[in-house]
Write a protein that binds this ligand. Structure first.
Ligand code: FRU
Length: 450
């Protein structure tokens, strides 16, 4: 069964969240409330561009089957969110849902103001805007202050991190507020120590994830220079491992900044914790706009999707990402092959243990190869300019690979989630999977009832 039952357009994805119409970007407001999961997301309802954003909304009992709900938050005729409802997060408190988002004022394309706002809901269906929570701090760009992420700290207080840009140095930053009641917030400043590493001009979508012994600070910095094996896209999402000190409200960085995904389209992830599991969704999309506007699904009047829900675990300072069990259980084994296999669905999974160099061709369109310690994902792009694009990952040893293909989207999990590569692909040339190099068996699964 499709993720959204009864949506059967031939090109719609089967197990990813996509917009039925318009453009989807960041996951927002992820939470579990009143016996169901809520996934909100940035949505341009009318058009497949970034002109105006609302919060789309879908609910689920199991993160496998979803129902579309009415758009939760739309721009208002007011002086704080008339230009867009930008990204944010949700928490549950006293049987109410608290949604924190950035309201923006944009006039004639000019980005004028940004406000951190609250909306509440008693039933998870009707949302009441409560307006801006505070004035943004001095010293930061008036528009580039956004994406509030709220969590309940180990000190039992509420904490909020917000992505920002320092006015004077034009550097990215993450600022912090704290509160006892979710309504009154005190500014504590930047969460970084004074000598922190500069990762670009704007840090979007911060997310502080508390694990048992350590904390992980995920964010999406803009302005890191491209490298051959890392930071290959226009913008990047990754994390520091460290410790958030609840007394000083500073994040002590104890690792390098590491990317979360090495594929073509991945950005602005957000997590939530339920039943002691940390689950993260990311946006499978990427600026710049010119390239995005060529994406073939635009002719069907929709573009982009979220990743599958990925469970995060922290092992030796590294985040592992794996599709949640409930979703993985929906795949049914069809065959095992070692040379070539014709598949009869476009929603499939492939698993194998290569142990040495290999080359796998999917649909004569996507290619995954491993040689000299470099894993390369190639795709035939959808325009002349994007033809034969590749993304590369340096990895010493590969012992396991799971590839999830869903019509026009692919997620590849390397070494049981040690690394991930995600991206769109359009225009399969065949329905054949070929092991062009390597001596191993591939297990092929179909997504159930797809
Ligand atoms: C990240 C982002 C956020 C912003 C939202 C607007 O993709 O730019 O910083 O809130 O998208 O849609």
């Amino acid at each position: 069964m499709n993720l959204f039952e009864n949506e059967t357009h031939q090109n719609y994805l089967r197990y990813h969240i996509y917009p039925k119409q318009g453009l989807l970007n960041d996951p927002n407001g992820l939470c579990y409330f009143n016996g169901e999961y809520h996934v909100f997301y940035q949505l341009n309802e009318e058009k497949t561009d970034h002109s105006v954003k609302a919060w789309g909304h879908a609910t689920s009992k199991d993160l496998v089957h979803f129902e579309r709900q009415e758009v939760a938050l739309r721009t208002g005729n007011n002086n704080y969110d008339s230009g867009g409802i930008f990204s944010g997060s949700a928490v549950v408190h006293n049987n109410q849902l608290y949604l924190f988002y950035t309201g923006v004022i944009i006039e004639n394309g000019e980005e004028l103001e940004a406000y951190q706002c609250l909306a509440t809901s008693k039933d998870g269906r009707h949302f009441e805007k409560q307006g801006p929570l505070f004035e943004n701090p001095k010293g930061y760009h008036i528009f580039h202050v956004r994406d509030p992420k709220v969590w309940l700290g180990k000190d039992h207080k509420w904490h909020m991190v917000i992505g920002a840009q320092l006015e004077e140095t034009v550097q990215g930053d993450i600022i912090h507020y704290q509160s006892d009641d979710l309504l009154n917030w005190d500014f504590t400043g930047s969460i970084f120590e004074a000598n922190h590493e500069n990762l670009g001009f704007m840090y979007e979508c911060p997310d502080l994830i508390p694990f048992d012994e350590q904390d992980v600070l995920v964010f999406s910095p803009q302005g890191i220079a491209n490298e051959r094996y890392r930071f290959q896209n226009n913008y990047h999402s990754g994390y520091f491992v460290g410790r958030f000190n609840y007394e000083t409200a500073k994040f002590e960085v104890k690792s390098e900044f590491e990317e979360l995904d090495y594929g073509f389209e991945y950005y602005a992830p957000q997590s939530f914790t339920h039943n002691h599991e940390v689950i993260q969704y990311g946006w499978m999309g990427m600026m710049p706009t010119e390239k995005e506007q060529q994406i073939p699904s635009i002719k069907d009047n929709w573009v982009h999707n979220l990743t599958m829900p990925r469970r995060l675990t922290l092992k030796s300072q590294h985040l592992y990402q794996t599709p949640i069990k409930a979703l993985d259980n929906q795949f049914e084994k069809q065959a095992i092959f070692s040379k070539t296999q014709q598949v009869n669905s476009k929603a499939i999974k492939l698993s194998f243990e290569p142990h040495s160099e290999f080359n796998l061709s999917m649909f004569d369109h996507l290619n995954l190869s491993y040689e000299d310690g470099v894993l390369t994902l190639g795709r035939l792009g959808w325009t002349e300019a994007t033809k034969n694009e590749v993304r590369r990952l340096q990895v010493k040893e590969i012992n396991h690979i799971d590839i999830y293909l869903d019509y026009s989207t692919v997620e590849i999990f390397i070494n049981n989630g040690e690394y991930v590569m995600s991206g769109h692909y359009f225009g399969q040339q065949s329905d054949i999977i070929t092991v062009a190099k390597g001596d191993f068996e591939v297990a092929y699964y179909n997504y159930l009832n797809s």
